[in-house]
Design a protein around this ligand. Structure first.
Ligand code: ZN
Length: 476
């Protein structure tokens, strides 16, 4: 398997530190609001990478944090008149719901920055002792010029960076020794959450959080560190500086970054009015459509989101679902005649030859995924398999053949995290029961409940009609 490493700017063969095991750290969201679709991209692409590695037999230790102490969280808390942890707890729960709807599996561990403060104090203390950090009136800075390799991930020239900073003197920043020095610990302001530390009552800088959480759950050197490309500088560059100076060993062997997501070819921003949360998308689409859309491009290519592309993603996903539906029907019909074993031995000789031909799609799929997780080509391979299923499996086929083709589709889709089996429909009896309950509610003049039942049924695609002969229903 080859991965593009931002550190070396080339694709490299992936060799884990420990054979058969992968440690991966993915920077998670700051939880002050519902996640937006830009946050969803790294979640989906690196979840897919994880699924593929597990398919290949690796044991994957996947760690993704929630940044639960931050200016944005504090501001939101002040706005609502609640404490910061009320805000972060709420949006962690909401984020987890969105992840589930996108079929993003929970990480092995989802550490919270606020639970890891002792580790951060330890690392900062160690950096000060080694001369890599210094305290000025309770604020601790990292001494960037002391780390000779600073800039190696973002491939930036330090002198250029410094001269760029010269004109941009931020108030209160002049206590730094060098414009490139960054904050490890800062004293609290009035009303902010804080922790006791040797330098001041205060809170950690954002960068130190990830260095410490990665170390705690994955060790001093990890296989893969991933995140959005906007994190390369300064966040990941600073993480490397902190971790490598403190631990004395390389931090991560492979650095993976996903590209931006644009909206109608423009950068997503609240001021442009083209800002979408994952929840906004859910109002109109099953979030499987969003996942399909994200995987239809390579993760390192910029991705453009538009209403048309979402519609075509929806249609494409529907083609997969329809194909599986048709196979299910064929299998059911065959089962009515004789039991289906789903064994190649129960297929005809001709079908066995066809099963051999079918293997080419999985080969193509794996080749694509082995080539730096090229999900765009992997999705294309699945579509070739769908086309094969639609033409090769017919009413004359044995149930076993149909079942084996179906299994192949589901296996490949599962690696991509795509659910292509149609959701179970509401049963007729359940509908009848709810209609009866609605009639009773109306009789009791509980119109709120009656409306609620009507809405609930409507959400499930059931339309009610009040006629002279009573209530009739149909599926939309
Ligand atoms: Zn991070």
């Amino acid at each position: 398997m080859r991965l593009y490493n931002t550190l070396t700017k080339r694709k490299e063969e992936f060799t884990p530190i420990e054979p058969g095991k992968v440690s991966i750290y993915v920077c998670g969201p700051t939880v002050y609001n519902l996640i937006h679709i830009g946050n969803a991209r790294p979640m989906i692409v690196f979840d897919t990478a994880r699924r593929y590695m597990e398919y290949k037999g690796y044991e994957v230790n996947y760690v993704s944090n929630f940044t639960d102490v931050d200016d944005k969280i504090i501001n939101k808390a002040i706005e609502e008149g609640v404490s910061a942890d009320v805000i972060s707890t709420r949006y962690i729960e909401e984020c987890k719901k969105d992840m589930a709807d996108m079929n993003v599996r929970p990480a092995t561990t989802h550490p919270l920055a606020t639970q890891e403060i002792p580790g951060m104090i330890d690392m900062i203390t160690n950096l000060i002792e080694q001369g890599y950090a210094y305290d000025v009136n309770g604020t601790v800075y990292f001494r960037t010029r002391k780390f000779k390799e600073y800039g190696k991930l973002s491939h930036k020239n330090l002198d250029d960076l410094r001269s760029g900073f010269r004109d941009l003197k931020v108030t209160g920043e002049d206590q730094k020794e060098d414009p490139l020095d960054f904050v490890l610990w800062k004293p609290k302001k009035e009303g902010e959450p804080y922790w006791d530390a040797p330098w001041s009552k205060g809170r950690p800088g954002w960068h130190i959080e990830c260095s410490v959480m990665a170390k705690h759950y994955l060790g001093d050197t990890i296989d893969i560190h991933a995140g959005g490309e906007d994190l390369v500088f300064p966040h990941h560059e600073n993480e490397i500086a902190q971790s490598e100076c403190s631990n004395g060993v390389p931090f991560a062997h492979y650095w993976l970054h996903n590209a931006f997501l644009n909206i109608d070819n423009r950068k997503m921003s609240k001021s442009l009015g083209n800002f979408f949360t994952v929840r906004d998308i859910k109002e109109k689409y099953d979030l499987m459509v969003l996942r399909f859309f994200m995987l239809s491009a390579h993760y390192r290519s910029p991705l453009n989101f538009s209403a048309e592309i979402m519609e075509s993603s929806k249609n494409a996903l529907e083609r997969m679902i329809n194909s599986v539906d048709r196979l299910n029907d064929l299998i059911k019909a065959a089962e009515a005649k004789q039991p289906v074993t789903a064994e190649p031995a129960s297929c005809t000789a001709e079908e066995q030859t066809k099963l051999e031909e079918m293997k080419q799609y999985r080969v193509k799929f794996e080749e694509a995924m082995d080539d730096d997780i090229n999900t765009a080509d992997a999705v294309a391979a699945v579509f070739e398999l769908i086309k094969y299923a639609n033409t090769e499996v017919t009413e004359e086929s044995t149930g076993s053949f149909a079942a084996l083709v179906r299994k192949e589709i589901l296996t490949l889709c599962d690696i991509l995290g795509l659910i292509v089996e149609r959701k179970a429909e509401v049963l007729d009896e359940e509908i009848e029961q709810l209609i009866a309950e609605r009639q009773a509610a109306r009789k009791a003049k509980n119109f709120a409940r009656a409306d609620e039942i009507r809405d609930q049924l409507q959400a499930q695609g059931i339309i009610l009609e009040d006629t002279r002969e009573g209530v009739k229903w149909k599926r939309a």
